[in-house]
Design a protein around this ligand. Sequence first.
Ligand SMILES: *[C@@H]1O[C@H](CO)[C@@H](O)[C@H](O)[C@H]1NC(C)=O
Ligand SMILES: *[C@@H]1O[C@H](CO)[C@@H](O)[C@H](O)[C@H]1NC(C)=O
Length: 983
Amino acid sequence: MLKACTCRKFFLSLCLLFCFSFPCCVKSDELQVLLTLKSALNKSSTDVLDSWEAAGPVCSFNGVTCNGDGSVKEIQLSNQRLTGVLPLDSICQLQSLDKLSFGYNLLYGAITDDLNNCSKLQYLDLGNNLFSGSFPDISSLSELRFLHLNSSGISGPFPWNLLENMTNLTVLSIGDNPLDQTQFPSEILKLKKLNWLYLGNCSIEGKIPPAIGDLTELINLELQLNYLSGEIPSEIGNLHKLWQLELYGNELTGKLPVGLRNLTSLEYFDASNNNLEGDISEVKYLTNLVSLQLFENQFTGQVPPELGEFKKLVNLSLYTNMFTGSLPQKLGSWADFDFIDVSENLLSGPIPPDMCKKGTMRGLLMLQNRFTGEIPTTYANCASLKRFRVSNNSLSGRVPAGIWGLPQVDIIDIAYNQFEGPISSDIKNAKVVGILSAEYNRLSGELPEEISEATSLVRIELNNNQISGKFPRGIGKLKRLSNLQLQNNKLSGSIPESLGSCASISTINMANNSLSGKIPSSLGSLPTLNTLDLSRNELSGRIPESLSSLMLSLFDLSSNRLTGPVPQSFSIEAYNGSLAGNPGLCSSTIQSFKKCPPDSGMPKFVLMLIVCLAVAAILLATLGCFLYLRRTEKDGDRSLKEESWDVKSFHVLTFSEDEILDSIKQENLIGKGGSGNVYKVMLGNGVELAVKHLWNTDSHGRRKSRSSSPMLGRHSGKEKEFDAEVQTLSSIRHVNVVKLYCSITSEDSSLLVYEYLPNGSLWDRLHTSRKMELDWDTRYEIAVGAAKGLEYLHLGCDRPVIHRDVKSSNILLDEFLKPRIADFGLAKMVQANGGKDSTHVIAGTYGYIAPEYGYTYKVDEKSDVYSFGVVLMELVSGKRPIEPEFGDNNDIVSWICSKLKNQESVLSIVDHRIPVAFKEDAVKVLKIAILCTTKLPALRPTMRTVVQMLEEAEPYKLVGIVINKDGEVQKKDTMESADKLNL
Ligand SMILES: *[C@@H]1O[C@H](CO)[C@@H](O)[C@H](O)[C@H]1NC(C)=O
Ligand SMILES: *[C@@H]1O[C@H](CO)[C@@H](O)[C@H](O)[C@H]1NC(C)=O
């Protein structure tokens, strides 16, 4: 500092004339500039600026390059984790500066007009930062050759017109910025020296101008993720030097233009995700292609046979088109082939055998086609393979043994083919396989014991094969296993006790095999078991008492050889069907079973009591025999009118009880849930209603015993509570909550009559074949509406109504796509009924369940907030809560968490169908979603806060437009940095 000051004084007070002959003067000023720069930057994890000391000399500073006369020529500080506001007013005093490189840092604030003083700049890189505001005037930077501004955070209009005289520009990179929508900027077409043009993801609309063909120096042209429409101009074929052409994620139509064939230097071509059609024969001339991506278009015709001779090809993605014919057999045999995905086409013929010839292949995805023949044995040695998916074809023959044991494979998916032969013991080598999906084949032989060494397995789907022999004893080693589907095979022997050690399992289906022996009592200790189907086997012995503690939504032991008394908790009529076809079972309460012989160990008074109760029951039965007609136990299609019904209405009714009861029949069934079925009812007057038919259940979530009800009296305490709950719920009147018109209850079941919403659920709209394009405004409105509905349930009623099953399929959409919360409180009131066990009922749906369910069963409003956070994540990302791409045992919450590293990867979470202009709005909602899914319930916001935060995240298109001092329209606030998202 001292030296700088002295020098300055010298400069000021002595003589101007001498000044230029003392290089120290120039340098001292430059030293000042650099020290100002240093103090403006808070270096977080870098020591790159340590050498920047007040003593100078500047030319020895890290990242600083001087020219011959000792003045600063270049500052190169890219990728240094620098944060702070760039003091351009100061930096642009460096008179000789021709290179300024600050890319890949965490710089923020505005890029000010001072930049225009850096008039000697030839190289400017401010890309990959967190700047805000629009880009300034740079009209005097006419010597620029390199301009990198991609992903810099700038927004608003871009001064394209200022580029027109920068005729020496060779690299122009503006992409990944939320700029205002614009036509293709014609100014760029004058920059004849451009060889690198990156305009991806920056809101360009309209057609690609034919004059693009004049930029003949281009080697890279990236226009992806814009709103470009119309055809690809054939003039693009003039770009002989083109090495990379990226057009994906636009709205391009028509065929690949004739002329594309001239791009013989092209190595990377991606036109996926457009509306392109016709054949792709132009591609056959592009012999230097390394990567060809044309997925999600409407292409037809053959995959050109010439592709089989492409010597550099490593990546081929053609999925979701209408390609026909067979694949070239030498495909992928030349280079270090990496990846093929031709799924969802109409391709036939054999799988090309040599794609893993070089041992580098990671993905083989050919599902949903018409491929025939066997799996080439070459793939059995393809140790690099991570995904092997050929399901839904007509493949046959034996699966080569090594396929089962691929060491890197995480999905083996060969389902729905005609494969034969055994699953080999090689599977012990498949240490990372999570999904083994081979259902609906003709696999035979035994399940190898070694399957229990594939300890990453989450799903085993081998149903509908011919697998025989004993069940592997060591299955309990599969601690991550959640789904075991072995139904419709020929398994024999007993079910091993160790199955009860698969602590993550939720579904066990072994129906229709030849399993014998006892049901292991260990199954009763599986905490998350939800489905247990052991029907149609030869299981014998008693039903273990331990099973009573399970909370099952599907339970089926029918058609076995079970004997002895049905455990008390299953001794109710409702389980009749689940236990039918076991002639050796006895029950004192279910009439269709034979009576159990009196147990000699039973105390006398209990026997007395039973006798008394039996007498009472007979008396009651006699009294009520005309009122009581046996119901036929055809699920959901019973003669409901034979029961006595109690109607409670909460809105003025325009329909009668009979009208509803008449409509509860199979052809009106529109949905099935855990607690009952949903029917659509069309009344005579044209009004549509949705009727939920619920089984009344006791506190264990089981259907209520018919015989116990009369003894408890018509209005037991529990029933009163049920009524009270229905009363509470029916008093709810909120525009975002589904309207409950009335409840119609009998002793066995209840009908809840709701308004009918024609647009189905948010789940349907986002994820199923009934999917529709939801633009960001609509998604946002759905988020706010649903949040308000939930807020009302939590805070707007006499006492909080905890939903306990918030999920996108419980958010229904009306004709204007306005959301309404459905199924509120039902889990609680129906399953819990206020019993002591109520807090121990695990409600909710996998993927939405808050983590506290795992360690405490205490459920409160904050558990709903978590589930709502998951819904917000679905809205932002367009993904389901559980997707194979998240990896084994990961859900959307952990997936998103893993993506919060940098801005680019945060933006990649946002659904690609959301236009770029809205991505930052979506990121704001994502941030709220992340808060909602905080692990600790106490740290989650209340629904009231969620509503407030969502309102603040309103897309700028709706409000939040501000007019700046120059009269320009701007967005109110700018992108939250990815860093801040890292909570
Ligand atoms: C472009 O570069 C050439 C050669 O280096 C130079 O002579 C010319 O002045 C530059 N043009 C501009 C506009 O700076
Ligand atoms: C570009 O140069 C032309 C001719 O010198 C001039 O008229 C025009 O204003 C310049 N454009 C910009 C943006 O400076």
